[in-house]
Write a protein that binds this ligand. Sequence first.
Ligand code: R5P
Length: 272
Amino acid sequence: MKIIPCPSSPLLARRIAEVAGLEMGNVTFKKFPDGELYVRVEDCSEGIIVGSICSNDDLVAITLLLDAVENAKVVVPYMGYARQDRAFKDGEAVSIRVVAEILERRAEEVITVNIHSKQAASHFKKLKDLDAMPTIGKHFAGRDVIMISPDKGSVERVKVAAEHANCEWDYLEKTRIDATTVEIAPKSLDVENRDVIIVDDIISTGGTMVEAAKKLYELGARSVSAACVHAVLANYAAIKLFNSGIRDILATDTIECAFSRVSVAKLIAENI
Ligand code: R5P
């Protein structure tokens, strides 16, 4: 059994191989002049494909690898397309259902980390959904911080992170006005002169974090930082976060970027 890295997750794949004591497969990716992707895996009848789905190309890479590797498991640390977990309007495709079908048609098992929703997970038959919140929590262990969920939906996640950090936690109430506007009403928080970490599963446009940070500074927080599993950081979100006064962004390596300062390699290696 070898670890087969996808272009989206080369470092995480390498780390998983090291922790699990597995070899890396030798894989070649090429683009034809018309943009089509080509993959070749040398000498690999059994493999664990590791690749986040952050783009359409990432999905194509995994799909082709599932054909090249005879007996494959697939690890998708960040499962893209999961927000479209139902038809919100008549005629819409349920994107994650299609992705689940593609992956499960050939993979023996699908492993992911903090998929967007239970509804998204429900479209899979052989999915293992791992929780990176303990990993994030441990990073802050021993620090005098308060962890805040930016909304009620993330409360359970923040609770787990705070347990592992051994710190206090609370939440803000969020109202989404439309796709790009989020309003946050205060809960009874005592964050005055405290260092606060806003913890969420994903930072996408950054709107949720920015609104939460503004509210926390209004309430007298000394510093506000952000922590998440998946740093999508679309549309210059990191800049927006720093402009709002957020001091730091901590993310896992489900999406490899400059903010990936904790790794989910051990979590995944223990579950493959
Ligand atoms: C909501 O369901 C999630 O937990 C995140 O709060 C949300 O996806 C973050 O999105 P954005 O960064 O675009 O506000």
